[in-house]
Design a protein around this ligand. Structure first.
Ligand code: UFG
Length: 339
């Protein structure tokens, strides 16, 4: 079952990295979409032609309520938020505002406006340093940074709201999202990006002179942090499955890990970028970054059993190849720096 024909999906943060890929997946599937984004980290060009774009912040409840009524919103995919772990340690209130308070405002507008389905961008950071790897959704939730805490609080709000109102939700706990649309329509363009594959791709394209390794004394096989990297287009398609699941079973909520279940260390990621790009990178080992867990790898069996979602790009080489292609394309793309 899909949303009724006259209702539209509101995608917050739809001009951002992951949100824009979800918009592409929705549009490719013939869904009607409207994007709300304040362009704080997103780009107007990332929203496909023909998709209505509204400039604004999700915390503006009057605006959210107006959009919900005007566009007959039937479901919300909520991507807008702040995502940088070390920044959340330095500026926690930014995270509790953007990820918690603004989500509360949007959820309130959804309930008041009669929106029944909500897909939420949550994160593996809700687990902190998990005791068991791969980590499943029933693990203890003990974030070790404000970023994870700020997202977990929104998961709790959604759980309680779904209990109290005619409303269901899917919280997707993303592991490390990387790569770019294989057709080259979007990718990560954020200036000053901090994510490893993006940084290594920039270095491979000559935009940086080295890649820092944040700690080589973790309890991992080579001492560097281990993560589960998921291709952004596979993640986007999980959102479509989530939406359809919510619509077809309105009494059911979902909380699902989104990863492939494979862990790669920082060294292995850099090896892969070097191999795919055919260049050598200057690696400089430094100290650990605040808030970084040693290992985060998903047990994705719930995602695979609840949805018919199957990954199409579950190879680190594919993720890296798309990231590199996008990085090179950025050089010739207009309007990157200025929106
Ligand atoms: N790293 C480096 N050098 C860099 C950048 C990163 O060594 O220049 C290391 C980090 O210390 C970490 C790994 O590479 O061990 C991955 O770091 P990222 O910054 O790419 O990503 P994070 O793991 O910090 O966080 C990301 C998302 C979060 C999400 C988390 C889940 O930003 O939203 O993945 O695993 F919660």
């Amino acid at each position: 079952m899909t949303l009724s024909e006259n209702s539209t999906v509101l995608v917050t943060g739809g001009a951002g990295y992951i949100g824009s890929h979800a918009v592409l997946a929705l549009v490719d599937a013939g869904r009607t979409v409207v994007v709300l984004d304040d362009l704080s980290t997103g780009f107007r060009w990332a929203v496909p032609t023909g998709v209505p774009f509204v400039l604004g912040n999700v915390g503006d409840s009057a605006l959210a309520s107006r959009l919900i009524a005007e566009y007959r919103i039937g479901a919300i995919m909520h991507f807008a938020g702040s995502i940088i772990v070390p920044e959340s340690v330095i500026d926690p209130l930014k995270y509790y505002l953007n990820n918690t308070a603004n989500s509360r405002s949007l959820i309130a507008a959804a309930v008041t406006g009669g929106v029944k389905h909500f897909v939420f961008s949550s994160t593996a950071a809700v687990y902190g340093n998990p005791e068991h790897i791969p980590v499943n959704e029933d693990a203890v939730l003990k974030p070790i940074n404000p970023y994870g805490e700020s997202k977990l609080m929104t998961e709790h709000m959604l759980r309680d709201v779904a209990h109290a109102h005619d409303f269901n939700y899917c919280a997707l706990r993303y592991f490390n999202v990387a790569g770019a649309d294989p057709a080259g329509r979007s990718g990560q363009a954020t200036v000053g990006a901090t994510h490893l594959i993006k940084i290594a791709a920039e270095a491979a394209c000559g935009k940086r002179d080295h890649v820092s390794i944040f700690g080589n004394d973790f309890p991992t096989p080579d001492g560097t942090g281990v993560r589960d990297y998921i291709h952004v287009s596979d993640l986007a398609s999980a959102h479509l499955h989530a939406l359809d699941a919510l619509v077809s079973a309105p009494e059911t909520n979902h909380t699902l890990n989104c990863g492939y279940g494979d862990g790669f260390s920082v060294m292995e990621v850099i090896d892969c970028v070097e191999r795919v790009a055919g260049v050598k990178l200057d690696r400089r080992t430094g100290s650990r970054r605040a808030g970084d867990p040693a290992t985060l790898v998903a047990d994705n069996s719930r995602l695979l059993s609840h949805f018919s979602w199957r990954p199409k790009y579950a190879e680190l080489d594919m993720i890296v190849a798309d990231a590199l292609r996008w990085e090179r394309a950025l050089e010739t793309r207009d309007g990157i720096a200025t929106n």
